[in-house]
Design a protein around this ligand. Structure first.
Ligand code: SF4
Length: 456
């Protein structure tokens, strides 16, 4: 069995499963957020009763992150609905925007979008926050009401996005009926060269198979090249499995995975026992390829979908209006370090926005120093509009006052993960997906630019 099949077999209480089997699997974790949480709660109450209790309080994680820093009252209200539910159910894992458990969330537009407006428990973008807060354990099954839930596959989980109806059912029963997906195998060899990032790897892979090339399939990444990828890198790759239609993305477990997970579970006092799945000689794949990391080049997915692969060096004719670094995929500390490495001592010439995925990342950037400056200061000095309000921001457009949102038909190069029409705001805007390094180089020239031009 493949890594995915092994996890699903175990979660279904079976010795063996194969692609196409329909099995009831036990969930280890259900995650929801402010966009889908209220709907999920509505389904749960409708189907299980107004006084029903969730199947396991320790296994429900609620993370407001999407439409947070906006004066839109209905968006603010969604966070209040989550808070009311958490109080009613006594849920321990709720990463609220405010500190007062009886309060109401109201974004103060007068303070502006840049200065911190969240409390001590706020965790930022759910997919980046889950591992930081010690909720991703190898070998487990994670369901989330968000398509990029597959990001947790970086930690050797079966993690997948589900809709509100399924989530309401999981909330009540802890189970879900799943069809076992076929597995596509991506063996990684070699090591990426300077200027090339994990984003280039996954954009290359999606370009190979198309934006629907992995529909309802698992994408398994393994091989000797994995050792050179940090956990942040693996998260970027697994996150974008869904951009090829994948049911999930999954990495092999190794010493790096173990060190990260053990540290985070201990730090947060979350459950520390887990049982990873490992490869064996019996794996059967529906697709098998080798990706040589040392052959990769800075890559861009052009408008209008993540499969429109081109090399950055071929796109110098595309003039840009905006650059954006942020999201679960591209707003991690390592992403901002590569962004800052290119921008240090220079000035961007187009509007450039930076949104850390989590408050912990904001803190990292405001404390880590290169010389006598923090990374944050380097970016601000380069002309980047950096917000402390970590969250999804303009990655999915959001209300019109969302930081970085494209309210007119602009062309933007972005370190986010999805570029279908209208994704970051105006329906006639165009989004070019790229690594933070490519976004940085492009922000300096106003045209899509290969970051290797700025490497000394
Ligand atoms: S940052 Fe973007 S992709 Fe990630 S969870 Fe938020 S909206 Fe979705």
């Amino acid at each position: 069995m493949t890594l995915t099949e092994k996890i699903l077999a175990r979660a279904a209480g079976k010795h063996h499963v194969q692609p196409g089997d329909n099995v009831w699997v036990e969930a280890d974790l259900l995650m929801t957020h402010d966009v889908c949480g209220p709907g999920t709660i509505g389904v749960f109450k409708r189907e299980f009763g107004a006084d029903a209790k969730v199947w396991d309080r320790q296994k429900v994680v609620i993370i407001p992150d999407h439409y947070i820093f906006t004066a839109d009252s209905r968006s603010n209200r969604n966070v209040d609905i989550l808070r009311d539910f958490v109080r009613e159910q006594g849920l321990p894992y709720f990463y609220d925007v405010i500190d007062d458990p009886d309060g109401k969330w109201v974004f103060d537009a007068k303070k502006g979008p840049l200065a911190r407006q969240f409390g001590a428990n706020y965790a930022g973008v759910c997919h980046t926050a889950l591992p930081q807060k010690g909720h991703t354990r190898p070998g487990e099954v994670l369901f989330g009401t968000d398509s990029h839930t597959c990001m947790a596959g970086a930690f050797n989980l079966f993690a997948t996005g589900i809709g509100n109806t399924d989530a309401g059912f999981v909330m009540g029963t802890g189970k879900l009926l799943l069809k076992v997906p076929e597995t596509m195998h991506f063996r990684l060899e070699g090591k990426m060269n300077p200027g090339v990032m994990a984003k280039d790897l996954i954009l290359h892979a999606i370009g190979e198979i198309g934006f629907d090339g992995a529909t309802y399939r698992a994408m398994q990444f393994d091989g000797p090249g994995v050792a050179s990828l940090s956990m942040d890198d693996r998260m970027t790759v697994a996150n974008m499995a869904i951009e090829a239609g994948g049911k999930n993305g999954i990495f092999e477990f190794d010493g790096q995975t173990q060190a990260f997970v053990d540290h985070r579970c201990k730090l947060n006092g979350t459950k520390s026992a887990y049982d990873p799945v490992e490869r064996d000689a019996e794996e059967k794949f529906v697709y098998d390829t080798v990706l040589n990391l040392d052959e990769l080049e800075p890559t861009v997915a052009c408008h209008p979908d993540p499969g429109q692969r081109k090399k950055a060096k071929e796109l110098g004719h595309i003039k840009l209006d905006r650059a954006y670094v942020g999201s679960c995929t591209g707003g991690k500390t390592s992403d901002f370090l590569e962004f800052a490495r290119i921008l240090r001592g220079k000035k961007v010439i187009i509007d450039t926005f930076g949104v850390p995925a989590t408050p912990e990342i904001t803190h990292d950037l405001q404390t880590a120093r290169w010389g006598d400056q923090t990374i944050w200061q380097i970016l601000v000095e380069a002309g980047v509009q950096m917000t402390e309000n970590a969250g999804c921001a303009a990655c999915l457009g959001g209300p019109v006052d969302t930081f970085g949102r494209m309210n007119t038909p602009l062309k933007c190069i972005s370190a986010t993960n999805r570029n279908f029409p209208g994704r970051m705001g105006h329906k006639e805007s165009q989004v070019f997906l790229a690594s933070p390094a490519t976004v940085a180089a492009s922000a300096l020239t106003g045209r899509i630019t290969d970051p290797r031009e700025y490497l000394s």
